[in-house]
Write a protein that binds this ligand. Structure first.
Ligand code: SF4
Ligand code: MG
Length: 317
């Protein structure tokens, strides 16, 4: 799957040629029903674009997306409608994602109405049930977003995403803006809802510590490429890609006493521009193990152990 954006075109008489930003570049990834796939990488690596492609909020430049064996990229508007309710997204910013002029009831009911439900007792009952599921009191129905805390607003966003009983949820930095204690509450809620409603999650975060608790498997992206995919245990205990190793070293220690010993390491160098990515392996400008071949050839994704994929010249296929 690939997605390129044209940026910076125009100018006088349209003389300035647009540049091509390859936000997602030839990525192949699968998610099993009922699992949580964590997707991590620094900002600008293409993970949000990948999440939006998955549920067809944006269209790919090349490639396809299959859902339950159906190629949804080939579906026409009307055919897509039936699938659309199966796939929802929860955004990072509960403040920006909720319409401030709408009551909580109207916010949560909106997806139902869009998909043909009538306003009335039946819709109100479904909304109330959802509100209860996400742990908000019934009296919240007639209130407005500004009357709630960040964590409560994210609960409203979750209720809205789940009211159609979807199967796949893209959580795009869904807890990143929240305080650590509130993050844990929302992650626990998402896990409870997953069990109860049989949900599948793509859980996007820039930080490996956030996805650790919730993920079954983790995929790591760097400048539009997936560089490593493995089950949670392998990715944290035995990461193979130098970028994953650096990300793990950058995770703050769980215990404050370790933190003061300066265990947290920063990844060397700045992230290069996605408009002009490095040749060969895109991580070569920051990699402590860089070899001459890395500047010339892009490493293919190989599978050195069953279910563990990595793209690095250090790892023989
Ligand atoms: Fe580092 Fe080379 Fe592996 Fe890229 S391919 S991560 S530069 S060793
Ligand atoms: Mg993002």
């Amino acid at each position: 799957l690939s997605k390129a954006f044209e940026v910076g075109g125009g100018g006088f008489f349209g003389l300035r040629k647009p540049l091509l930003l390859r936000a997602v570049d030839d990525v192949a990834l699968g998610i099993q029903a009922g699992e949580t796939l964590g997707l991590v990488g620094e900002s600008g690596c293409g993970k949000s674009t990948l999440g939006r492609l998955l549920i067809r909020l944006i269209e790919p430049t090349a490639g396809r997306i299959t859902f339950d064996g159906i190629d949804i990229t080939a579906l026409k508007r009307m055919e897509m409608r039936a699938h659309r309710r199966s796939m929802q997204i929860i955004f990072q910013d509960p403040y920006g994602a909720l319409n401030p002029r709408m009551s909580v009831e109207d916010i949560i009911a909106e997806p139902l109405i869009i998909h043909g439900a009538k306003q009335g007792a039946d819709t109100r009952r479904k909304v109330s049930q959802m509100l209860e599921k996400v742990g908000l009191p019934a009296r919240a129905l007639d209130r407005f977003p500004h009357e709630f805390s960040g964590g409560q607003r994210q609960r409203i966003g979750i209720a809205r995403a789940l009211v159609l009983h979807p199967r796949l949820i893209v959580c795009d930095e869904a807890v990143s803006a929240l305080d650590v204690s509130v993050q844990a509450q929302i992650v626990n809620l998402l896990q409870d809802l997953q069990r109860e409603m049989g949900l599948t999650y793509l859980f996007i975060a820039h930080d490996l510590s956030v996805v650790r608790h919730i993920s079954d498997r983790v995929a790591v992206m760097y400048l539009g490429k997936v560089v490593e995919v493995a089950d949670k245990k392998s990715i944290y205990a035995a990461p193979l890609h130098p970028y994953t190793q650096a990300l793990i070293a950058a995770v703050p220690a769980q215990h404050p006493s370790q933190r003061s010993r300066g265990k947290r390491q920063r990844i060397a160098g700045d992230i290069p521009s996605a408009l002009n990515p490095p040749s060969g392996c895109r991580f070569h400008t920051r990699c402590p193990h860089v070899m001459p071949v890395c500047r010339e050839r892009a490493p293919p994704l190989t599978e050195p152990a069953p279910g563990h994929q990595v793209a690095c010249h250090l790892i023989a296929s």
